[in-house]
Write a protein that binds this ligand. Structure first.
Ligand code: NOJ
Length: 919
């Protein structure tokens, strides 16, 4: 048995002994607590000194004579007071006012900015890592030189009013140094209210003292692995308070609650802060602030009809403490290295916050249509025959699916970009066969490369010197991963990125074809036996960055490179689809993600929902969890319930560990097979709504799954609800069953609108909890009155085969006004032609027996050619819900005027063949 396999089996045995039935994972000791992370300990000590030491004073003094304001940027210099150090330690800062209404606070140490430091010959950079610069956010940052205006400047403070209507103000308090952000005269966000601002200044190694040792300043051991810390201490920290906000959300990835909990608090049980440090955390804890695979340092705060947000632009290990009092939330952020760069968003709506934040970090990709269908994966489909059998069985049992996935064992000895010749001798034939049913294949390719002189990827990587280096800066970083002895691609080398991207070309990745897409896993990066299963923090990347500087962005850069490679592979004609496990702010522009190695337990199942909702709120909305859990064998009840929720994960994929029993959706037998078939049917019927929702997200940054607080921003009772959600703007309210042994559940209705049961259109009304039927296989779904839901009722083998099919409109009228509205977006589902206008976009409104259809394409002319090719697209059925008209009028508004006609409604409230063509 090879070592890798042995490791998994061992884990599984230990897991059996310790984990099942307990909420604490067996592998906690593999990951640091804040007390084991020197810089976290130091910043937390500061916070406790501030709390308990009456003589506590912030470390920074503002040199008021240094303040200048011009062209939308305020600049100044802070001086750090270090007891016993007479030297001037200077930190220039800027506050920039941006055109989108946001503000940016940046701080760095003068000496490091100037490179006036000495790291004893280590092959590392002298400056601090700047995410925005590296990420090329510069082109998305536009300084507002027109509106910001200094309106007060006296001995104590300086005030700038800004924003299009000067609705925002920034007040810089000089002593103590503190920055308040106001909207319409009310303080919303404050930086450094608690005086926890910290930036550890440059010190030569010779200054190292005894006391420093216990605080892990100059070197640190964890799990017996040494971190040599060539730059010594260089952490940065800041407290950020949200005034009047009891709820904060975001900072994925954790399996916690949607409304984040207080840390360092015995009541919540969270003794540690939320941590952002991408790790391969198998069998993770549920309800915990421990880090997982992705990191997005974005936080949103919400109170009645008001939203604000923060983006802490830093890619190093970061911890966030959260404290709440009766009305406000104070957070404390600290990172191990890098510049201080904070963006502040003042709303007032969530949409304002998301638009500005995603305007900076990038909007979620409009993915290819197939990728929002159902994906069938397991570790592993072992041969072409296996793939063929699974594919055929889907047809036999009459279930749709869009892509079959291959995990690591399709390769020759885990050498990515190769196929095992014994088991996959004809990949292109397999791909062709799949293509004949409109189906795709997704294969895994990880960024660790088998260290093997006879393997072309390894050889090329070494010859080109595109590897990550160890702390010497010279030798290759060498460690173990799936293939055994491995080396890692350095995605911080732009030529290396291009090289990796080029590996996807059809002539390099032999056997690949146009319907083959990519899964990049283990890209945190995962390193077996590495510190916290990851790369050594003192490993060195191209340009002299230490791994610690860039850790949380490594996975993103891997995906960036894959994305560019796929664009190149298909000459920019096809939208790439990539699944990534690791992510950072902005990865949503390139890929979908899933939440990693769950257990097939109710606890992990429940935990998956808040995690996926949180990912969405923080800008990684194309997210899902393995259905029905990765490790273990779910019983039929959990299996079906997980499919019930799975059809509402934006990314919907079945996946399972190699040691689990096979569980293709028909294997549990009846009645479960039929239940799963029906559920898959719901996903496919709703694909037009899903696609329209993805489009909205792509345009605005709004999440795909909308938590209660976003849809009902004034309803305080909903602010911490994370077991139900709405699907985009569709009006669909979903309340999954998350526990065993029930046949009904309670759904919370936040308003006095009428809600209709999705299955039988029963009406429900009244703010509060309503008990709804939820027998196995029936996930409670309500359609809120006032919405027109758009479906395609014919279920075909794959989504691609439905694009010419007619639509059905479900008009669920408002119990208050009798009217309803809904939107539809569609395009070819594969190319980038939509960017040139090749799409159809319609709005439907229903009022007093009249259905109006509007063309909402902002530039209809640019869409004409595509629209002409879709002339056959029609609505085949209209179902009126909560409305008694026996006849309705249709008004179709077009470029050449309005066409009107009457249609008859039958006794079931249905209009068959309304003769309504979309074009
Ligand atoms: C870890 C991933 O999380 C899991 O989904 C995958 O099956 C294994 N790696 C093997 O590639």
């Amino acid at each position: 048995m090879n070592l890798v396999r042995f490791r998994w089996i061992l884990q599984w045995v230990i897991l059996g002994l310790f984990v099942i039935g307990s909420s604490e994972a067996a592998f906690r000791h593999v990951f640091r607590t804040s007390a084991q992370d020197g810089f976290a300990k130091r910043n937390r000590q500061l916070a406790s000194a501030q709390k308990y030491d009456p003589n506590y004073k912030g470390q920074f003094q503002l040199d008021t004579s240094s303040i200048t304001f011009s062209d939308g940027i305020l600049s100044g210099i802070l001086q750090k007071q270090v007891p016993g150090n007479m030297e001037e330690i200077l930190f220039p800062f800027t506050i920039s006012f941006l055109k989108d209404g946001s503000t940016r606070f940046q701080l760095d140490e003068k000496r490091r900015l100037e490179g006036n430091v000495d790291y004893d010959g280590a092959k590392i950079r002298k400056d601090r890592f700047d995410v925005a610069q590296y990420h090329d956010l510069g082109s998305r940052i536009h300084i507002d030189t027109e509106h910001p205006e200094v309106t007060t400047h006296n001995k104590k403070l300086l005030k700038v009013d800004y924003g299009n209507n000067q609705q925002f103000s920034m007040v810089l308090h000089f002593q103590p140094f503190m920055i308040e952000f106001l909207r319409d005269g009310n303080v919303e966000v404050v930086l450094n209210q608690r005086q926890l601002l910290n930036m550890e200044h440059y010190r030569p190694r010779s200054e190292r003292s005894q006391k420093d040792e216990s605080l892990g300043m100059w070197e640190e051991k964890f799990d017996n692995i040494l971190d040599s810390k060539p730059r010594g201490p260089e952490s940065l920290g800041l407290d950020i308070s949200f005034i009047g906000y009891k709820h904060v959300y975001g900072v994925p990835e954790h399996t916690s609650s949607l409304s984040l909990k207080e840390t360092n608090n015995s009541e919540t049980g969270y003794t540690d802060p939320y941590r952002l440090y991408n790790v391969d955390i198998f069998e993770y804890e549920v309800d915990s602030p421990m880090s997982q695979y992705g990191a997005i340092p974005f936080m949103q705060a919400h109170k009645v009809n008001s939203d604000v947000g923060i983006f802490w632009s830093n890619a190093a290990a970061t911890w966030i403490d959260i404290e709440k009092d009766a009305s406000s939330t104070s957070t404390h952020w600290y990172s191990e290295s890098g510049k201080m760069d904070v963006f502040i968003y003042l709303g007032p709506t969530a949409l304002d916050v998301y638009e500005a934040y995603s305007g900076l970090t990038g909007r979620t990709q409009l993915p290819p249509l197939f990728s929002i269908g159902y994906h069938q994966c397991r570790w592993n489909y072992f041969s072409e025959e296996d793939v063929q059998t699974v594919d055929n069985t889907f047809n036999e049992v009459d279930m749709p699916y869009d892509a079959i996935w291959l995990d690591i064992d399709y390769t020759s000895g885990r050498r990515y970009f190769t196929w095992d010749e014994a088991t996959f001798p004809h990949p292109q034939e397999t791909l062709k066969k799949l293509d004949s049913n409109g189906r795709k294949m997704v294969v895994i390719l990880d960024p660790h490369i088998k260290n093997d002189p006879n393997y072309f990827v390894s050889k090329d990587l070494l010859e080109n010197d595109f590897t990550v280096k160890d702390s010497s800066g010279v030798d290759n970083y060498n460690a173990e991963c799936w293939p055994g002895d491995s080396i890692w691609v350095d995605f911080f080398n732009m030529e290396g990125q291009q090289w990796w991207g080029d590996l996807y070309s059809y002539d390099r990745f032999k056997g690949s074809d146009k319907n083959l897409f990519i899964w990049n896993d283990m890209n945190e990066p995962s390193v077996f036996k590495g510190p916290e299963t990851s790369m050594h923090r003192d490993a060195i990347h191209h340009g002299g960055w230490e791994h610690r500087d860039v850790h949380n962005i490594y996975g993103h850069e891997c995906i960036n490179s894959t994305y560019k490679g796929l664009i190149k592979r298909d000459h920019g004609e096809l939208r790439p689809f990539i699944l990534t496990r690791s992510f950072f702010a902005g990865t949503n522009t390139l890929a979908a993600s899933w939440i990693g190695d769950t257990l097939s337990t109710w606890e992990h199942f429940r935990g998956s929902l808040a995690t996926v909702l949180t990912n969405g709120v923080a800008g990684m909305p194309f997210s899902g969890a393995d259905v029905a859990g990765f490790f273990g064998n779910p019983d039929p009840e959990l299996f079906v319930r997980w499919y019930e929720l799975g059809i509402f994960y934006p990314f919907f994929r079945a996946h399972a560990h190699i040691d689990t029993k096979r569980r293709e959706p028909w294997l549990y037998g009846e009645p479960y097979t039929s239940m799963v078939r029906n559920l898959l049917g719901i996903r496919y019927r709703l694909l037009p709504t899903w696609y329209t929702t993805f489009r909205t997200t792509h345009m605005t940054g709004l999440p795909i799954l909308r938590p209660q607080f976003l849809v009902h921003p004034a309803d305080e009772l909903g602010f911490d609800i994370d077991d139900q959600f709405y699907l985009g703007d569709s009006g669909l309210l979903v309340k999954p069953v998350l526990e065993p042994g029930v046949s009904e559940t309670a759904v919370y209705i936040a308003d006095d609108e009428t809600y209709y049961d999705f299955y039988d259109f029963d009406e429900m009304k009244g703010k509060g909890k309503h008990v709804v039927p939820a027998s196995l296989g029936r996930i409670p779904i309500l359609l809120r009155g006032g919405n027109i839901l758009i479906t395609r009722e014919r279920i075909r083998r794959a989504s691609e085969l439905t694009i010419n099919d007619p639509y059905t409109l479900y008009i669920a009228v408002s119990g208050k006004t009798g009217s309803a509205s809904g939107e539809l977006y569609m395009d070819d589902g594969t190319s980038f032609e939509y960017e040139k206008g090749a799409y159809i976009s319609r709005k439907f409104t229903f009022n007093d027996g009249v259905l109006d259809v509007f063309d909402t394409h902002p530039h209809p002319q640019s869409g004409v050619r595509y629209a002409e090719s879709m002339k056959h697209l029609k609505v085949e059925r209209i179902k009126l819900i909560g409305d008694n008209h026996q006849k309705i009028k249709i008004h179709k508004h077009g470029m050449s005027g309005v066409k009107s006609w009457d249609v008859k409604v039958n006794t079931d409230g249905v209009v068959q063949k309304p003769n309504l063509y979309l074009v």
